[in-house]
Design a protein around this ligand. Structure first.
Ligand SMILES: Nc1ncnc2c1ncn2[C@@H]1O[C@H](COP(=O)(O)OP(=O)(O)O)[C@@H](O)[C@H]1O
Ligand SMILES: [Mg+2]
Length: 349
């Protein structure tokens, strides 16, 4: 066996800590060369937001150094490719790799706030991200992203998304005047959202975040049903009444066989209490993704289009959203790779 093959063999004992498979069979090791005692290769992670680089580094060193004669040092480069859900291309003819729905049991719990900060935080971690405001009747995303009345340009029959804080955004808020009610019946709502996927000139996005309408009524149900979601995030306030509403949202996704990526507890603190979100996650057997405090800077960030995760990164709320983004990215990888046996998902590349 060549030294190169021996290094590869040694690396095939390194287990990806979240996917529980070895990094060679996951096709994460690329471009391996050995020269002058240095083994050089690239590790392709399943998300640019991977919190596990240090772990990989340690495990690869331990597997190779001292086990393969003639190799004294590893030189590892990093790359990232989010797994591609190929149903999206088939069903929507849209270039994104994965779709994540943000949902809640009722309005006012911070769904749009979480969607906004999550999208921006994922961009900061190096991902390409889009944000669809599917709360068609109450489009808050433009304001929260600091976007005014600008209308999307149409080029070659496709609307251009509007970019804010590095996120590509589409919302009915761009298309109607703010003082007029949106009057749309179910099927119209539905086709409007479908157009947001198919008739917008999105780039090749890693993550499309979709801010769903609240609750488990007609609109969120039909949306959750008809788009190939990697999974859904449930946002809840901490108090018990909010949690029982969120429970119904979680049950809806179970019914639809859409994986619940986890629960976010928003507005935690003295006023609404703490712990309800964690309790809900435990009850449903899904991960608790994080807790965001009730804080004036979060509300101001929403009102003025300055997401706290960027503009107040050093505050508890800013830090909470940044950590949330890492948790979500890791969960999407795990859920997609678990599903890759049943639905056509390209495992990395
Ligand atoms: N963690 C928080 N602390 C303080 N205010 C918040 C927080 N999260 C959301 N808000 C504010 O609460 C209101 C409702 O949030 P929003 O994201 O619009 O909820 P939803 O989309 O669920 O209806 C907004 O004014 C928002 O700025
Ligand atoms: Mg909202």
């Amino acid at each position: 066996m060549s030294t190169q093959d021996l290094v590869m063999k040694a690396l095939s004992t390194v287990i990806e800590p979240e996917l529980h498979r070895d990094i060679v069979s996951l096709n994460m090791v690329r471009d391996l060369t050995v020269e002058d005692g240095v083994a050089r290769f690239t590790i392709v992670l399943t998300t640019p937001a991977c919190p596990l680089k240090e772990v990989f580094l340690e495990r690869c060193n331990a597997a190779v150094l001292g086990h393969v004669p003639g190799v004294e040092r590893l030189d590892i480069r990093w790359d990232a490719q989010v797994p591609t859900d190929r149903r999206i291309q088939g069903m929507l003819n849209a270039p994104m790799k994965s779709i994540i729905a943000i949902s809640s049991g009722k309005g006012g719990v911070g769904k749009s706030t979480v969607a906004t900060n999550l999208a921006v935080a994922l961009v900061e971690l190096g991902a390409k991200v889009g944000l669809i405001d599917a709360d068609i009747l109450n489009p808050n995303i433009p304001q929260m992203m600091g976007l005014g009345a600008g209308r999307p340009k149409v080029v070659n029959d496709k609307m251009q998304p509007i970019v804010a804080h590095g996120v590509e955004v589409m919302s009915t808020g761009f298309l109607i005047s703010p003082d007029k009610p949106m009057i749309m019946r179910g099927p119209m709502l539905h086709s409007a959202i479908r157009q947001f996927f198919s008739d917008v000139a999105w780039s090749k996005l890693d993550y499309m975040i979709v801010d769903l309408p609240p609750g488990t009524g007609d609109a969120p149900l039909s949306l959750a049903q008809s788009f190939p979601l990697a999974g859904a995030i449930i946002v809840t306030q901490p108090q018990s009444v909010a949690v029982s509403d969120a429970l119904r949202a979680a049950a809806m996704f179970d019914e639809l066989k859409v994986p619940v990526l986890g629960v976010v507890e928003n507005m935690a603190g003295d006023f609404f209490g703490t712990g309800g979100g964690e309790e809900l996650a435990k009850q449903r057997g899904v991960p608790f993704l994080g807790r965001v405090p009730l804080a004036a800077n979060v509300r101001e960030g929403g009102d003025y289009g300055r997401p706290v995760v960027v503009f107040e990164a050093d505050t508890p709320a800013g830090a909470a959203f940044a950590e949330l983004a890492k948790q979500v990215a890791a969960r999407v990888s795990v859920v997609m790779l678990q599903k890759s046996d049943v639905i056509p998902i390209n495992i990395i590349g």
